[in-house]
Design a protein around this ligand. Structure first.
Ligand SMILES: O=C(O)c1cc(C(=O)O)oc(=O)c1
Length: 291
């Protein structure tokens, strides 16, 4: 693994849709820069540098004000690159870390001071070697006093197997990219039924209605994604978040145009009130509750 991948569009279009003031991109990442923040020896992909300068410039270009930076799997459990990006944002970014179960209380406090507000549990075999549920539960118990939540990333085919684990989590839960349903099957598919059952199972489960580029292989204007996801936005308006997913880890065949991704927002959230919840009120409640 030597070739470094550029997984993002280097000249995205400017979106036609203008997000409301204070909009939060609640799922994005940084890669490196590698010279200061080397990738994990266990990384499953080796990306080109996509550091805070590029992220903050894109934020402004797309019309957003804040970011939630999710530790990318290529950085393992060393959160230095994510913390560096948060520190560069002038208080306009917070983050989600990946941590080793052995992490001590002082290290958790340092992460909190650096803007971290949760930890991510990644169950994708193509991204991580192992996902020990018992140790994840131990971490979730440890972060509860900090008021953090957990972010869980999985694919639809393991949702049933994961249910007891998710049910046992003692803190709020955010599901990345809706647990990757097959959106081509429409809004009433078995995947969507199972996902809705999860959303119904507790009041403190949220989800990111993100990644049309990953979930809808037909590409722009992502009609299957819009048809499957719009009803979720309408039924769970207070528990949804949106994120660009920049710099789109692992995307290679087709690089998503971030302007086009922003233009999907008014298609899935069809009223101004829904868009304000999705882009401002909900992420602020979860990541900047003091505001
Ligand atoms: O589907 C993916 O490849 C992917 C990877 C990562 C990561 O490497 O952290 O994060 C994501 O949100 C999505």
């Amino acid at each position: 693994m030597t070739r470094r991948i550029t997984s993002w569009h280097t000249s995205p279009s400017r979106p036609r849709y203008a997000p409301p003031p204070g909009a939060v991109d609640a799922h994005c990442h940084v890669f490196g820069p590698k010279a200061r923040f080397p990738f994990s020896p266990k990384a499953k992909y080796l990306p080109a540098d996509a550091g805070p300068d590029a992220l903050l410039a894109l934020r402004d270009y797309l019309g957003f004000e804040r970011n939630v930076i999710v530790q990318a799997s290529c950085h393992g459990t060393d959160n230095a690159a994510t913390l560096n990006a948060i520190a560069r944002s002038n208080g306009k970014a917070r983050g989600i870390a990946a941590v080793d179960p052995a992490i001590d209380g002082a290290e958790l406090d340092t992460l909190h001071a650096g803007g971290i507000r949760g930890v991510r549990f990644n169950f994708l075999k193509r991204l991580v070697d192992d996902a020990p549920k018992d140790r994840f539960l131990e971490i979730a118990r440890r972060i509860a006093p900090l008021g953090w939540h957990v972010v869980v990333y999985f694919e639809a085919d393991i949702l049933a197997e994961l249910r007891p684990f998710i049910d046992a989590l003692p803190v709020p839960v955010v599901i990345d990219h809706m647990g990757r349903p097959d959106v081509s099957q429409g809004p009433n598919s078995p995947d969507m039924h199972a996902f809705r059952a999860l959303m119904e199972s507790r009041a403190d489960i949220w989800t990111k209605v993100s990644c049309p580029d990953r979930l809808d292989p037909a590409g722009p204007p992502y009609a299957d994604f819009v048809r499957a996801v719009r009803p979720l936005v309408e039924d769970y308006p207070d528990r949804i978040l949106w994120g660009s997913d920049w710099p789109h880890p692992n995307q290679q065949a087709v690089l998503p145009d971030d302007g086009t991704l922003v233009d999907v927002i008014p298609e899935i959230a069809v009223t101004e009130a829904l868009r304000k919840k999705l882009l401002v009120d909900n992420p602020m409640r979860l990541y900047w509750p003091e505001y």
